[in-house]
Ligand binder design. Structure first.
Ligand code: 5GP
Length: 139
């Protein structure tokens, strides 16, 4: 996997406003925030998409994410927020290293805007997929 801008941040080669670091993860402020306090949480493990990540890194992210959200809520004074994680460029991933965005939503105009084109579930296809996923995850 080629180097990304986040590898440079992890190595301290380019500066960032660091929020948290341990052996497995790093959190820092996004350089182009959608709102004040917009933060990124990344694993130190190099993986492009979430499905490629080890259980160990996944657990570390899961442990830190709610704690980071709590700190940002408290210190920005903004209670509403979105957590976003994009995978591949079609899904708006610009930096090919797993990262969770934590984005305070202070008002309608700032923070994350979502275009949510809700469809209607095809229950027959849904039941088939659910059975397949259950089997896949049990295997
Ligand atoms: P993506 O679209 O891949 O989910 O989001 C990548 C995020 O990384 C963007 O929100 C972008 O502003 C942020 N970003 C890109 N380069 C840098 C950088 O050099 N420093 C920081 N702090 N954030 C960056």
């Amino acid at each position: 996997m080629p180097d990304t801008i986040f590898d440079k941040i992890l190595r301290g080669e380019i500066p960032s406003h660091k929020l948290y670091e341990d052996d497995q993860v790093l959190a820092f402020l996004d350089i182009a925030p959608l709102s004040f306090g917009h933060a990124l949480l990344i694993p130190k493990e190099r993986a492009q998409t979430l499905d490629q990540l080890s259980d160990e890194s996944s657990a570390a992210l899961g442990r830190v994410l709610p704690r980071l959200c709590r700190a940002l809520k408290k210190l920005t004074g903004v209670s509403a927020f979105n957590v976003l994680e994009n995978n591949e460029s079609l899904a708006h991933q610009a930096v090919p290293h797993v990262h969770f965005h934590i984005i305070p939503k202070p008002d309608e105009a700032s923070g994350l805007g979502v275009r949510w084109l809700a469809g209607k579930l095809d229950h027959a296809r849904g039941a088939e997929l659910a059975a397949q996923v259950v089997k896949e995850l049990a295997g």
